[in-house]
Design a protein around this ligand. Sequence first.
Ligand SMILES: [Zn+2]
Length: 465
Amino acid sequence: MTKIKLYNTLTRKKEVFKPLEKGKVKLYDCGPTVYWYAHIGNMWRYLVSDFLRRILEYNDYQVKQVVNITDVGHLTEDDLLAADTGEDKMVLAAKKEKKTPAQIANFYTRAYFKDRRALNILDPRETPKATDYIKGMIELTRKLEDKGYAYRLADRVCFDVAKFKDYGKLSGKKLDELKIGARLEPVQGKKNPYDFSLWIINDKHLMKWDSPWGAGYPGWHIECSVMSSQLLGDQIDIHTGGEDNIFPHHENEIAQSEAASGKQFVRYWLHVRHNFVNGKKMSKSRGGLYLLKDLTDKGFHPLSYRYLSLSNHYRHNLNFTWESLGAAQKAWQKLQLLVSDWKEVKSEKRDFKKERTYQDDFLKAINNDLGMPQALVVLWRVVKDQQLAEKSKLALVLDFDRVLGLQLGQKKVEIPKKVIALAKKREELRKKNNFKQADEVRKQIERLGFIVKDETGGYKIEPAG
Ligand SMILES: [Zn+2]
């Protein structure tokens, strides 16, 4: 049996995966801050976690997956390296939308799960909300204070990074180098600019809880240490996040958890590279920040985006373009059509020996650090193998789909509303003898992977096969 290999950010090499407990995997994914919609770049990161979970399950592991919901404490200035000033993202959104933070959290949590399910991302075992774990965060802060890893300032309790000798082991950053040239908002009295807040005292804050240090709210990083240890134990197998989580978020999680427990917190750290749009990093200010809804509004099926995500390795930036999404939609639809054709085949002839060879190739691909693009290559080799019995093709493709999650064989090709509307528009243009414009609309439909066939008295829309 091929062993699973994963690239571990902590050791900076590909390692053979060995679980803490035989046959079981404890998996923690840093979840969304629910103050706005998750964009497709966020969803790409959760898709990769879903590939990982499905690979582990395909290899017969029992996976306990936790994805947290951040509904407090995520400050707007987190991107200023380890700075922990700025306003809470939840509070800011609540003020802007004139709602309570809880209303904001509920609304965007629902939107997040709707998008996950549309992308056929499996539901995690647990989805803890940070606000339900405040007591645990206070206890952990006290413990760190008791052990000498934390100190008090007038308005907060800070983690003392210099006390934790392994600080920087994940990101490879060294404390003395960090001090130089740091772009940080100064917090009065901090011993080190990279000391980070565990608890912020502020009794005027919209979201506040009583604590031994005064009413206030937790820092962002502490929630993951607490939810992870309460739901999965002090030591877990795999922790995932986007590459921007490595520092400071995950570095700080390690510091808190290991200082408190004295044990190694996480065995394997997996980080997903960014999703680019037209070769550039997605950002609200530069435009090109798409939600899943923007894709479906244009006539793309959510699973086309899943297919596109499969075609890129998670340690490379996924470059999103409308052309690449169009190609993904066509490929995905073609697979669906083939599967429904193979289902109709009467012969029961199968070639089990060949099936096993293909299965081995598929397993080798996925077990090699989530080699999803290579897995798709194996899938297309199966599809194109003219010697292979169609019932064998069907069995293989459906088996691979347990990992790929493209819902092959479950659904007929759906014609998106947008495509139906475009076809109608084209028909109207043709009736007005505006053939040039009608032809433009036809091309638009084709870019979405469909063709319009004119028939007596009307037209028919079919997926391009
Ligand atoms: Zn986290």
